[in-house]
Design a protein around this ligand. Sequence first.
Ligand SMILES: O=C(O)C1=C[C@@H](OP(=O)(O)O)[C@@H](O)[C@H](O)C1
Ligand SMILES: C=C(OP(=O)(O)O)C(=O)O
Length: 430
Amino acid sequence: MNVTISPSSLRGTARAPPSKSYTHRAILAAGYADGATVRDALWSADTRATARAVELFGGDVDRRDDGTLAIEGFDGRPEVPADVIDCDNSGTTMRLVTAAAALADGTTVLTGDESLRSRPQGPLLEAIADLGGEAESTRGNGQAPLVVTGPISGGEVSIPGDVSSQYITALLMAGAVTEEGIEIDLETELKSAPYVDITLELLEAYGVDAEKTDRGFAVEGGQSYRPTDGEYAVPGDFSSISYPLAAGAIASEDGVRIEGANPSAQGDTAIVDIVDRMGADVEWDQDAGTIDVETGSLEGIEVSVEDTPDLLPTIATLGAVAEGDTRITNAEHVRYKETDRVSAMAEELGKLGVETTEEQDSLTVHGGESTLEGATVEGRGDHRIIMALALAGLVADGETTVRGADHVDVSFPGFFDVLAGLGADLEKNE
Ligand SMILES: O=C(O)C1=C[C@@H](OP(=O)(O)O)[C@@H](O)[C@H](O)C1
Ligand SMILES: C=C(OP(=O)(O)O)C(=O)O
């Protein structure tokens, strides 16, 4: 599907989809438990991949009409899967499921789509080997397909903190059901740190203790996953909220309201402060879970995405509209996502007439609304690139066509309907 967007004036209310990060963890945690009911779950391409893995490990995930997931768990250690686990486009699935596979008494094979098969898994494979399992990349390049043989019983590992926080999440979640537990020493400073806070929050809700230590993180073994009252409710997703929020900040004189914006451990709540600092008129009522935003005259700012890598595409588009320079720093880990998002945004915004300066660890966008000219841009099979480029189309002169737009299903199914519901002038072409 290609989507063509014309300059638009937005108003109205949009609802945040449920958090992808919490949903992945809630599904897998229900697998480690002897089951759970997960309410308000995100049902997207990525979270379906985690659900499939739980089923291959011996659980069952049943989606009811109201969107609730009724999950039967494998209760502790997974079964050896009867088939290859296809993690599709989802890095979170691959990392969390690789560590789960190391608990099984036998061999698991994991793969994914072309993008996922190019992302780094090496540090997690080494950690599993250090814990006594076997974990290999079939091509010997630290990338999937992966072959993992367990069972591990726990122990101490050290791991870099600057590639992916998902390795830590994966080891903490698996470590709780090992005999000895797992102690993780960080070799380098942790990036994307709030995602581990999400994990700690989720583990607590499932009755599992894990903690930060002086050197990293630790989880005791021999624990059982038991969600309070057998239920877990997923909060709204602030990475997803960043798109309607930025849309309101650049293209709504009348104001846009976002519902389902309740506080949680998500670092991406930082987007509220970012649009505020850039000059939009924004108010977040944390009790009501609503954000109201109106366009202001935006100005470039400097933002570190060390904790919030998924915001880079959104901030780059905001920077393209804002007057002056927006400098996005601490961004090297954003190159290890579904695409190299630093280059992807630099190159695609370039097609819309926006100048950027790219460095290994930063992206500077030389903005100004008058510079944006409609053009055809490539979504590159990356949901966040697609959504960020669609936002630029709301204010670019003429028509902007985003190619390959169906990939929004990875994290925000119905994204274009939500945008159209706010009054965006867009046309979908199959
Ligand atoms: O744990 C998670 O749910 C995620 C962690 C982040 O990845 P990294 O830790 O690899 O930066 C983030 O980019 C991803 O979208 C979701
Ligand atoms: C990077 C992302 O997810 P994952 O790592 O799970 O593929 C994302 O959603 O932007």
